[in-house]
Write a protein of this length. Structure first.
Length: 280
């Protein structure tokens, strides 16, 4: 196991390659279950960008993002209870994992460890993972969209507050997080579940991950980017993504084919890393 007593450290190239290989095992397991159970999913975020710009991972990316419309996410979550290869993998979700404070799921590799800096105290296993992102409906009415946007922000900050209370460097924001962290977890989950139910039975124009930030002035993403799909090359796999990838990636990243400056090509800072049998 590799540890750090400094303020994090940079994952080296050999470690990053191994992390990506393990994450591809996780992605392949998602794809296998979804094909077997008729569940629709697609690449989102940096994973979709990697598929289009690099035909694989963004070279410095150390995570992977898989998206589902809410109904499909719940199908996948249920399918994992019977179909998941539990000798190698485990799934975590707000409702199933004690102390888990993210509004999206994670599929993790057993016998590994990948602990983000300032999250060492979180009381659940933190194996190498991919993110499983549920996309929920956004109201069609602009005033309601604005209210919905603010509620998403508040719930995200409430969930983050335990981490923020320990990691935030700004004194006043740290105090705010400490106060927010006093809100009972059951209350936060109740707010989150109510937000899920808003417009849940309508096909709204936009959808979004409720507890994940969107680009500036973006209330959500077009539903069709999660329903009209085709498969793209991603390493040695072909994975589903938005048919109109150009429109999606422009909203998400702007000039997405332009490589960022070298100093922006960074992996996450971590405090502990174990790559299975191979100990670092």
């Amino acid at each position: 196991m590799k540890n750090s007593n400094r303020k994090g450290y940079q994952i080296d190239d050999a470690e990053l390659q191994k992390i990506q290989e393990i994450q591809k095992e996780l992605i392949a397991e998602v794809d296998r279950i979804c094909k077997k159970c008729g569940i629709h999913y697609n690449m989102v975020g940096g994973t979709m960008l990697g598929a289009i710009r690099h035909g694989d991972y963004i070279p410095w990316d150390d995570d992977a993002d898989i998206g589902f419309l809410r109904r499909e996410y719940e199908k996948f979550r249920k399918a994992c209870k019977t179909e998941l290869d539990t000798d190698r993998f485990y799934m975590q979700d707000l409702r199933d994992t004690e102390g888990y404070r993210w509004g999206y799921g994670k599929l993790r590799r057993k016998n590994t460890e990948f602990v983000r800096l300032n999250q060492e105290f979180m009381p659940y296993e933190q194996g190498i993972s991919i993110d499983l992102m549920p996309f929920d409906n956004v109201p069609d009415c602009l005033p309601l969209r604005k209210a919905h946007f603010m509620l998403c922000f508040i719930i995200r900050k409430l969930l983050w507050s335990e981490v923020g209370a320990k990691s935030e460097e700004n004194r006043w924001i740290k105090i705010i997080y400490r106060i927010m962290s006093l809100v009972p977890f059951s209350v936060i989950v109740g707010m989150y579940n109510q937000l899920i139910e808003i417009n849940q039975h309508k096909k709204t124009e936009l959808v979004r991950i409720l507890t994940f930030p969107t680009p500036k002035a973006v209330y959500g993403y077009k539903r069709e980017w999660y329903t009209k799909l085709r498969r793209y090359q991603f390493g040695n796999m072909k994975l589903p993504g938005a048919k109109d990838y150009d429109a999606y990636l422009k909203v998400k990243y702007g000039d997405y084919m332009k490589m960022p400056p070298t100093d922006k090509r960074k992996v996450h800072e971590i405090s502990r890393l174990s790559l299975g049998r191979e100990m670092w």
